[in-house]
Design a protein around this ligand. Sequence first.
Ligand code: SF4
Length: 390
Amino acid sequence: MMCEDYQAPGRIKRRSDLCPAPKAIRHDRLYAHKLLVIGLETLFLLRISVRFRAMNDATPIKTAQPQVLRKVKFDHPDVTADGAPRASVVLNQLETLWINTGTLCNIECAHCYIESSPKNDRLVYFPAADASALFDEIGALGTGTVEIGFTGGEPFMNPEMLVMAEDALARGFEVLVLTNAMQPMQRPRVAKGLLDLKERFGDKLRLRVSLDHYTQALHELERGKGTWAPVVKGLDWLAQHGFHMSVCGRTCWHETEAISRLGYARLFADRCYPIDTTDPSRLVLLPEMDESADVPEITQACWSILSVDPNDMMCATSRMVVKRKGEDRPTVLPCTLLPYDAAFGMGDTLKASFGADGGMFSDGAVKLNHPHCSKFCVLGGGSCSVHAEE
Ligand code: SF4
């Protein structure tokens, strides 16, 4: 028997073929009975359907409510998942303006927070003309900015990196470049330009080199095979030419900070790098950033509970500008850590960013509504803007 025997009404009669009664009258009674059953079933289903639709029409909120009330972290800008007021950070003074020079990089690290690679150009090379306009705006607004930081990607991939650095230095800013010190920095044109800037501006020009661990094995575990020798070559060159240099490492290696600093100290002593590894501004150790990790949200009460000062957050003293692919204007962001999230865009000028309101901002203050705010900044104590103690 095929299922089609039960589908078309005209074929119901064929069920009689299966019945054992040969008499026509029995056939007719059975047929009539079947029709009655089908009719009753249809009526029943129709009534259920009408009642179900009526319920939905009358109480649409009841069906949607479980999703609306589901506790989701980092969802609402003003309150955490359990309803507490979310912490925010006010910009005290724009001490450092970070410029993201573009996301292209000569290498691809295993855990790059910004996913830089030789292919990623989501943030395009930042143009020197846009940087110049921002420096003008800093002057016009009188923001008291002392430092221009450049980060990438690899900043020395940007063909206008030296132009921007010179512009900033000539205006009296200190310049800090975060680099992997590999081939892009070591190209003759760039090396010559750096020597020239150092000659003219001295220690106002500073370079911070990423060295994820003081051993080749763990550094290359993060950055890839063959990355140790070029970075050591770059560090050697910076040290030999007397640049103001610092190193940035990671704290993800299951060793104490003291052990870590000791390991770097031995390496630096071996290679004659003039870096005091006890100075957190010369050996910057950053926590890992894992967006998928389950981290607590930061409420207003957390500041006192954790004894953390909101003024120590990077977004209390800095902003970052990026140029997104396909966009004509730069975008100002609260910090270096949230380069892609459109919700954290504060405007296309510094002035606009200072008054950003609504969503993630309140009159220029930043609401800590991102896992990085918790894991990296408040709980991890990480910041790209680490200055020497006064
Ligand atoms: S990630 Fe850190 S610096 Fe950036 S907005 Fe959050 S708390 Fe501020």
